[in-house]
Design a protein around this ligand. Structure first.
Ligand SMILES: Cc1cc2nc3c(=O)[nH]c(=O)nc-3n(C[C@H](O)[C@H](O)[C@H](O)COP(=O)(O)O)c2cc1C
Length: 393
């Protein structure tokens, strides 16, 4: 996702410095090239050799040791994002005052790349009006601040100031560095299974993990869309800058979509709603007995079909998980349900469908079929959005 991107990390001397090692590891796995500058105080926490090993690049700490080049200028060349993590109150204050007395603050002042601070401070230091003034001033100039979390701090107090976790920082970076070709578009994505309730402890549901819908919502958000993610009975983390909605039944899912449908540019139905529902639901737990029992099931509302009939301007994407006659069945569904695009996957294949992090699909429209190789659900989400953009949006 970050292939070809160069990220310069300015490490100052906050206690959250240890998290930056795993952040660098994750960024490199996503394909980014990472360079590191450390303040002198930061080297008292962790030796630069650790950052050199993790980034596979030389770590710079001093402006004066490389007379052959103007390091503070050269190091910011070709940088896509300059991230200061952890950002101490001290370094933030120096930048706000225009002070350039070490390699990090000088490089920030010289940087043409966007600069973001992942702040890490004790709560009192953070809430001190001086720090607050510095943050607001820099935000006003267009510097980004990745909000800190509330929690247990190193100084044995509980409060705000814990640096954002590496996965949260990566979400920010991916958002920041993605081209905004869906800016202003309203997109609703559904994900995960729905449930039908038999009694207070028993349900009928399915094995959908919600990963595909989650990846689609994240990709659409990164590309600038206003995204709602209607999640069924699945526990994926809340997505930052997304309207996260949780539902259980098909009717709840349909109602949540219906509220937004008229304003949508696209509806992407990656959820796996149940096909049948219990006719009778008991409010108390049904007692176990020695007898066999039969529970009557009735066909559930077909959410995709409902919106296929209702749609006018909305681009409608459905999924077909099949084990036999994949293409014919998916083409039938595309037509019957009035879809614009169907993502057909053969769930009998290794690496495809529920619970895998990868998928193998064919994208089918009324005009063409495009078979794709195995890829991660994040990569596939972008391919699906590319197909949608190519066709209409
Ligand atoms: C154990 C320890 C932990 C510290 N943690 C933080 C921190 O999380 N945030 C912060 O703003 N300062 C923290 N400080 C204070 C900074 O290290 C100090 O203000 C330093 O001068 C900042 O220098 P720098 O911004 O050049 O790295 C800590 C200091 C110590 C000794």
């Amino acid at each position: 996702m970050l292939k070809g991107k160069k990220i310069l990390i300015g490490v100052s001397s906050g206690i959250a410095i240890y998290k930056v090692l795993s952040l660098i590891s994750s960024l490199r796995k996503l394909g980014a090239d990472v360079e590191v500058i450390m303040t002198e105080s930061a080297t008292k926490f962790i030796n630069p050799i650790t950052f050199e090993t993790m980034s596979d690049n030389i770590v710079y700490t001093d402006m004066w040791v490389h007379p052959d080049k103007v390091l503070h200028i050269d190091i910011t060349n070709d940088v896509d994002l300059f991230l200061v993590a952890p950002a101490t109150a001290n370094t933030v204050a120096k930048v706000a005052a225009g002070i350039a007395d070490n390699l990090l603050t000088t490089a920030i002042l010289a940087s043409k790349a966007p600069v973001a601070f992942a702040i890490s401070t004790n709560t009192n230091m953070l809430l001190n009006p001086i720090t607050q003034r510095n943050i607001e001033f820099l935000q006003g100039l267009g510097y980004d601040f990745i909000d800190s979390n509330e929690g247990q701090l190193a100084c044995n107090t509980v409060g705000k100031g814990r640096m954002a976790e590496p996965n949260e920082i990566i979400e920010y970076i991916e958002y920041k560095l993605t081209e905004k070709d869906l800016l202003g578009k309203n997109i609703l994505v559904t994900s995960g299974p729905t449930k039908t309730k038999l009694d207070p402890v028993r349900f009928l549901t399915n094995n959908s993990s919600g990963k595909m819908g989650y990846a689609l919502a994240k990709a659409a958000r990164n590309r600038g869309a206003n995204v709602s993610l209607v999640q069924g009975a699945v526990k994926t983390p809340e997505l930052y800058m997304v309207n996260n909605i949780h539902v259980e039944t098909n009717q709840d899912m349909l109602d949540s979509i219906d509220k937004e449908f008229d304003n949508l540019d696209a509806l992407i139905m990656a959820a796996a709603p149940v096909d049948y529902e219990f006719v009778n639901t008991s409010n108390s737990k049904i007692k176990k007995s020695d007898q066999n029992v039969n529970f009557e099931l009735t066909k559930s509302i077909d959410i995709l079909k409902y919106f296929g009939q209702k749609k006018d301007k909305q681009y409608l994407i459905g999924f077909a998980a099949e084990t036999d006659d994949l293409i014919e069945n998916a083409q039938g569904k595309l037509k019957n349900k009035n879809l614009d695009l169907i993502v057909a996957n053969d769930v009998s294949k290794e690496g495809a469908g529920f619970n895998y992090d990868t998928n193998i699909v064919t994208l089918i429209t009324s005009k063409e079929n495009t078979s794709l190789d195995i890829m991660t659900k994040d990569e596939l989400a972008n391919k699906i959005l590319d197909e949608m953009v190519k066709n209409v949006l």
